[in-house]
Write a protein that binds this ligand. Structure first.
Ligand code: MG
Length: 240
């Protein structure tokens, strides 16, 4: 990784900018069991990054041998969001503000690429990290048809990063973009915490720094393809 050729950092949200995975684990396990499905906390961590519908269909296939209906997906995801909102307040991840400030002070773009559709967190981003994220710099569950581990969310992130480079009129920008106007992957870095998110980043051809903020062993993140595994966002701030 050569930091001087990097133009944009693409940040996952849960487990990277928010210490939210504990609450997601509680919400998912409670919500799916209310509908006769089962999911362990470890499975929540292993499946992190999938869209809500993708996760629900995996569980439905396992329990019922079929995909969930649109109505079931809507009801289960609503229940999951409701339980999430009753959990203890999700805290900002320690060290994340420092990472964002360092990236900003290097003049690099910051984007969010998340599988989340959790409106409470998405709406909080500007309060938690003022001056970092605008809607045109965010890819969420509402923007993609195939969530992580598919590359689509990160490819959309590169597209938005490319559009931003054109808006900013960065010197020599045509050389930074491919023929569709997306930022070339070698000019971006992904920061992820989850195995499926790492797979998505690597499938999009992007250097991926994993921050291991959850209970999974480092080995799981390495095997998913992480180029570097760090113990925390604080540690990442320390090397930027
Ligand atoms: Mg995450």
């Amino acid at each position: 990784m050569k930091l001087d050729q990097i133009k944009a950092f693409l940040f996952d949200m849960d487990g990277v900018l928010y210490d939210s995975m504990k609450n997601h684990a509680t919400a998912w396990t409670a919500a799916v069991s209310a509908f006769g499905l089962s999911m362990t906390r470890e499975e929540v961590y292993m499946n992190e990054g999938r869209t809500g519908a993708g996760t629900i269909n995996e569980l439905a296939q396992r329990a019922w041998g079929r995909n969930a209906t649109e109505e079931e997906i809507e009801a289960i995801y609503k229940k999951k969001s409701d339980v999430f909102n009753t959990c203890p307040k999700t805290e900002e991840m320690e060290g994340a503000a420092e990472v964002l400030d360092k990236v900003k002070s290097r003049g690099l773009a910051r984007l969010i690429v998340t599988g989340s559709g959790q409106k409470t967190l998405l709406e909080r981003l500007n309060k938690s990290y003022p001056g970092h994220f605008t809607p045109e710099m965010m890819v969420t569950a509402f923007d993609v048809t195939q969530g992580k581990p598919w590359p689509e969310p990160y490819l959309k992130g590169l597209k938005k990063a490319g559009e931003n480079i054109v808006r900013q009129g960065v010197a020599g920008y045509p050389d930074l973009l491919d023929e569709t106007g997306s930022l070339l992957p070698e000019h971006a870095i992904v920061v992820e915490n989850a195995p499926l998110g790492i797979q998505a980043a690597k499938a999009a051809g992007i250097f991926c720094i994993a921050v291991n903020t959850g209970p999974l062993p480092d080995k799981v993140l390495e095997e998913a393809g992480a180029d570097m595994v760090l113990p925390s966002m604080k540690a990442l701030a320390g090397i930027l």
